[in-house]
Design a protein around this ligand. Sequence first.
Ligand code: DX5
Ligand code: ZN
Length: 220
Amino acid sequence: MNSKLIAPSMLAADFGNMQRDVEMVNNSDADWFHIDVMDGHFVPNISYGMPVIQAIKKHATKPLDVHLMIEKPERYIEEFAKVGADIITVHYESTVHLHRTLSQIEDAGCKAGVVLNLTTPVSVLEDILPKCYMVLLMSINPGFGGQKFEEMTYNKIKKLRRMIDEQGLNTLIEIDGGVTDKNIKQLVEAGADAFVAGSHVFKSKNPTQTIKELKQLANS
Ligand code: DX5
Ligand code: ZN
């Protein structure tokens, strides 16, 4: 059964050929588009916002998984929903009233998820887990693609998997940062369900084939 999900990160796409790269993902074994929004405050980098997401949505035939790396994301949830986000994840560290922000995402018609920075323990999610469609665990310090995967992630996945199972939930675990063909299998074994891959996919000679390999490795 092909149940593990691959989400190519459009941060690593060629912005001058965005439509071409969107079509590539449409015609690949990928499951979602991963869209990284950075504001230059929450993370030390600025990426893109609503107009670019709207342009991607125009051509995308798969769900948009929008990862907000912005301060106070509650200010913009409705706008991200309007331009086509299907899943919206917000950082635990970026919003004071997380429960309210997740409700806002649901009310806007999207699936809601929480992201944890590398050093934020999974234990902070215990009470909010039933409200999470997905938890995204950062396996790098967010802000840039192409960084090295941090090994501490494996333990966090195992702990989170245990929490989800203990509560009898279906919450998905997504991993973001430094995912490659070398570690995806081990990440599946630790208990992860979905995998963001930016540079490993887009810097490869044949991105379609690379996505296919990741999908096969994750589901083998
Ligand atoms: C970084 C972003 C990631 C990034 C991953 O803050 O959240 O989604 O695009 O890129 P790679 O796969 O190259 O580590
Ligand atoms: Zn991301």
